[in-house]
Design a protein around this ligand. Structure first.
Ligand code: ZN
Length: 681
C-alpha cells in the first residue's frame, strides 16, 4: 500500500529538519533549487539526499549497485501501461534528440510539452486520471518532425519507410478511440477489456477470473497473477511470466546483474539473504520465492541501505492482480526514526491515557514498526510522481505473521514542503504573522509528529466490542473515512500533550499550535483546492479532515473556539482557544471509537454525511480564486539524483551524488542508458 496524496500540502517547512539536512551535505545547500520544469498541469521538483556523504565506502558502493538495479527496470512500467509504450517513447526520444528544425516555434513548444507529459506519466495516459492525452500540435506538424529527424534513430520495423512508420504510429498518438483509458474501474462493464494496460490480451474478465479461481487460496497462498500477463494461446488461457528468460527477461537480467553485485557488499547476513532471495525470485518468477523474499525483507530492520525492486502495487490493474514494476533505494533516516521509535515505545501509555471509554481501550497495544527513509532514487510506478509513504508487504498473511514495514519518505516530503512555501500557500491563507511564522518554524516537525502518531498509535488503538463484526461489514462505505478520522484525532489529541515534551520529541507547545492551525486551515479551507467547484468531497482522507475540522468548529461555536474572520474581503480561520479545541478533538475521538466499537452504522453515516461531504460553494469559489493566483500546478513529480562511481582498476573506489537540473535531459539520458526491452512492431 502506499500514500500518494499529500497529507498536509499546506504545511511548510523550514524547521529543525532543514538544519539537519544542511549540516550533513555541502555548504552550498541553501542555494539548492527544488523547482525544475513545469508544463501542462505538472510541476517537476528536485530533491537532495542528506546523509549520503556520511555513508561508509562500502555502503556507498551498495547504494550504487541498487541504484543501477532500480533504473534498469524502468522500461517495464512503459510496457505495462501500454503495449505500444516503448514504441511511442522511442519515437519521441528520436525526435527530441535529433530534430534539426526550428525549436523556437509555438508548435515545437507544444511537442515538447507532450514529451514532458508522456515521460511524467510513463506513457500517454495521465498518471493520475488514467485517460489518454494527445499532442496539442497538429498531426501534420508531428509528421514533419518525423520526416526531419535522424531516420536511423526512429524505431521503425525492418525495411519500413519513414512514411509507412508514420502511418502506423499516427493513430497511436492521436486517435482517442485507441486505448482511451489505461485503467477503467466503471461498474458493470468488463474492466479487463475496457482497461488498455498490457496486463491482459485477448481475454475477458470472466476468463481471467476463471483461470485464477482454479488456484488454491487456502493457507499461505501466494499472490497469484502478480507477475504475469494473461493471454490466450491456441484458445487456451495462459500466463506469460515476467522473469529471466520470460517476458521482460532482458530488463530483469540486468536488475539481477546489479543485485548480485550488491550481494557482495551487503551490510549484514540478513540483508545479503534478502538480496539473494530477490534475485532468485526475479530469475525464477516463482511467487513462493517472492514470499520468501518479502519475509526476509520485512525482517531486515538493521540495514542502513534498503529498498524494493519488483512487481508490487496492484492499483494499475482494474481487478487488482497484476503488480506494477516499481523500485526505490534509500538510506535510513536515523534522526526521524528515533523520533518514531520514541513514540511507538509509549503506545500503551497513550492508550491508557486516551479519552476513549474504558471498555474500548486496548489492554495490550502492539505498535507498528515504522521508520523514516531518505530516498536516493526511484523508478517505475514510483517515478516521476511518487508516494510519500509506503507500507509493505501487501500479502495479508505475511503482515499478520511477520509484520510490515511502514516508511515515510523524509527528503521527498521536505521538497514538497519547500516548494509549497516558495509558492506562498501559507502567506496567502495564514491568518497573521504569528500563525504564519509558527507554521514556517514548526510546521514540518508538527506534520511529521502528527503522521507518526497517526500511523504508530492511531491505527493501532482501540478495540471492537465482543460479537461486533469488522468495520468493513458494520460501517461499510464509511469505514475507511472513519478509520482515518480516528487515527488523525489520536494525533491531534496527543500533539498537545505534555508527554511529547517529556519524551523530548517536541521542543515546545508551539509545535502543537502550528499543527492545529495547519489542520483547521486545511480541513476547512485549503484542501478544497483539490476539487472542482460544484463537486462534493469523495476521497476518504479529504472527507475525514473536513469531518474533524467542521465538527470541532460547530461544537465549539457557543464558546467561540474557532471562528471565520474576514480581512480585506478574504476569509481566514482563527483559533481562539487551543486547550478547548484539544478537548473537542478528544470528544470526537471518543465518539468515533464508540461508533467503531459498537458498529453503529447510522451514527457513522450521519457524521460523515453531515460534516465530511458537503462543500460551501461561496467559500470554495473564493479559495479556488486565491489559489489560482499562486500559480501552483496540481500534480508534482521529481528529477532523480544521479550516483556517479569512480572506477579504479575496474572496481568502484568512490561514489558521488549529483543533482541534475533538467527533467527533459534526464529522461533522454535514461532512454539511452536504461533501455533493455525491444519495441513491439
Ligand atoms: Zn491512516
Amino acid at each position: 500500500m502506499n500514500l500518494k496524496s499529500m497529507m498536509a500540502i499546506s504545511a511548510v517547512v523550514l524547521s529543525s529538519y532543514q538544519a539537519v539536512a544542511q549540516k550533513s551535505t555541502s555548504p552550498k545547500k541553501e542555494s539548492f533549487n527544488v523547482m525544475a520544469e513545469s508544463f501542462a498541469d505538472l510541476q517537476v521538483l528536485r530533491y537532495q539526499v542528506p546523509g549520503f556523504e556520511k555513508l561508509t565506502p562500502k555502503q556507498k558502493e551498495l547504494s550504487y549497485y541498487l541504484y543501477e538495479a532500480t533504473l534498469s527496470g524502468r522500461d517495464m512500467i512503459y510496457d505495462q501501461k501500454s503495449k505500444y509504450g516503448i514504441l511511442l517513447r522511442k519515437t519521441i526520444e528520436a525526435i527530441y534528440g535529433t530534430y534539426q528544425g526550428d525549436k523556437k516555434t509555438a508548435d515545437w513548444k507544444k511537442f515538447q510539452d507532450y514529451c514532458g507529459r508522456f515521460w511524467f506519466s510513463n506513457g500517454n495516459h495521465h498518471h493520475y486520471g488514467n485517460e489518454k492525452f494527445i499532442p496539442a500540435c497538429s498531426p501534420a506538424y508531428f509528421q514533419s518532425l518525423i520526416m526531419h529527424c535522424n531516420a536511423t534513430a526512429l524505431p521503425t520495423a525492418k525495411g519500413e519507410t519513414t512514411q509507412a512508420f508514420w502511418k502506423r504510429v499516427e493513430p497511436l498518438f492521436y486517435d482517442m478511440s485507441i486505448e482511451p483509458k489505461c485503467v477503467d474501474l466503471t461498474a458493470g462493464i468488463d474492466n479487463v477489456v475496457a482497461s488498455s494496460n498490457n496486463f491482459y490480451e485477448g481475454v475477458t474478465q470472466n476468463e481471467v477470473e476463471a483461470f485464477y479461481n482454479t488456484m488454491p487460496t487456502t493457507g499461505n497462498a501466494p499472490s497469484w497473477g502478480l507477475n504475469s500477463k494473461v493471454v490466450k494461446e491456441n484458445g487456451i488461457v495462459t500466463e506469460r511470466i515476467w522473469k529471466s528468460g520470460g517476458m521482460y527477461g532482458p530488463a530483469i537480467d540486468k536488475i539481477c546483474y546489479w543485485l548480485e553485485k550488491a550481494v557482495t557488499v551487503a551490510e549484514n547476513p540478513k540483508q545479503q539473504q534478502t538480496l539473494e532471495l530477490l534475485a532468485k525470485f526475479l530469475r525464477s518468477g516463482d511467487l513462493k520465492d517472492f514470499d520468501d523474499y518479502s519475509i526476509a525483507w520485512v525482517e531486515d530492520t538493521d540495514s542502513k541501505i534498503d529498498g524494493i525492486n519488483g512487481f508490487i502495487e496492484v492499483y494499475l490493474d482494474a481487478i487488482g492482480k497484476k503488480g506494477s514494476y516499481e523500485s526505490y533505494v534509500s538510506i535510513k533516516d536515523e534522526e526521524a526514526t528515533k523520533r518514531i521509535a520514541a513514540i511507538a515505545k509509549e503506545a500503551q501509555w497513550f492508550e491508557d491515557n486516551s479519552p476513549l471509554m474504558d471498555e474500548h481501550k486496548k489492554k495490550q497495544v502492539k505498535g507498528i514498526i515504522a521508520k523514516a527513509i531518505t530516498v536516493i532514487a526511484e523508478s517505475g510506478d514510483l517515478a516521476p510522481a511518487t508516494a510519500i509513504g509506503i507500507n509493505l508487504p501487501n500479502a495479508d498473511w505475511i503482515r499478520k505473521e511477520h509484520g510490515s514495514k511502514s516508511v515515510s519518505l523524509s527528503n521527498i516530503i521536505y521538497s514538497y514542503n519547500v516548494a509549497s512555501a516558495l509558492k506562498g500557500t501559507i502567506d496567502e491563507f495564514g491568518l497573521n504573522d504569528v500563525v504564519k511564522n509558527r507554521i514556517k518554524q514548526y510546521g514540518a516537525l508538527a506534520s511529521d509528529l502528527h503522521t507518526d502518531m497517526h500511523e504508530c498509535i492511531g491505527h493501532a488503538s482501540g478495540q471492537i466490542n465482543e460479537g461486533v463484526e469488522t468495520t468493513d461489514k458494520t460501517l461499510k462505505n464509511y469505514a475507511s473515512c472513519l478509520e482515518e478520522a480516528r487515527a488523525d484525532l489520536v494525533g491531534l489529541y496527543y500533539i498537545m500533550d505534555q508527554k511529547l515534551l517529556d519524551i523530548k520529541v517536541m521542543p515546545s507547545m508551539d509545535v502543537a499550535k502550528a499543527e492545529y492551525d495547519s489542520y483547521i486551515m486545511n480541513g476547512l479551507m485549503t484542501q478544497l483546492t483539490r476539487i472542482k467547484l460544484g463537486d462534493n468531497i469523495e476521497e476518504a482522507h479529504m472527507r475525514n479532515r473536513q469531518l474533524n475540522a467542521k465538527w470541532v468548529y460547530e461544537m465549539g461555536q457557543k464558546d467561540n473556539v474557532i471562528e471565520f474572520v474576514n480581512l480585506d474581503g478574504k476569509t481566514y480561520v482563527q483559533i481562539n482557544d487551543y486547550d478547548q479545541l484539544r478537548k473537542l478533538f478528544g470528544d470526537l475521538l471518543r465518539e468515533i471509537q464508540r461508533i467503531k466499537s459498537e458498529g453503529d452504522f447510522k451514527a457513522g453515516q450521519a457524521l460523515v454525511e453531515n460534516y465530511g461531504v458537503k462543500v460551501d460553494q461561496v467559500l470554495h469559489n473564493e479559495i479556488l480564486d486565491r489559489y489560482s493566483k499562486l500559480g501552483i500546478k496540481p500534480y508534482r513529480g521529481f528529477i532523480q539524483p544521479r550516483l556517479r562511481p569512480t572506477l579504479t582498476g575496474g572496481k568502484v573506489s568512490a561514489v558521488n551524488v549529483e543533482y541534475p537540473t533538467s527533467f527533459f535531459a534526464q529522461m533522454m539520458e535514461y532512454g539511452k542508458k536504461y533501455s533493455f526491452l525491444g519495441v513491439r512492431n
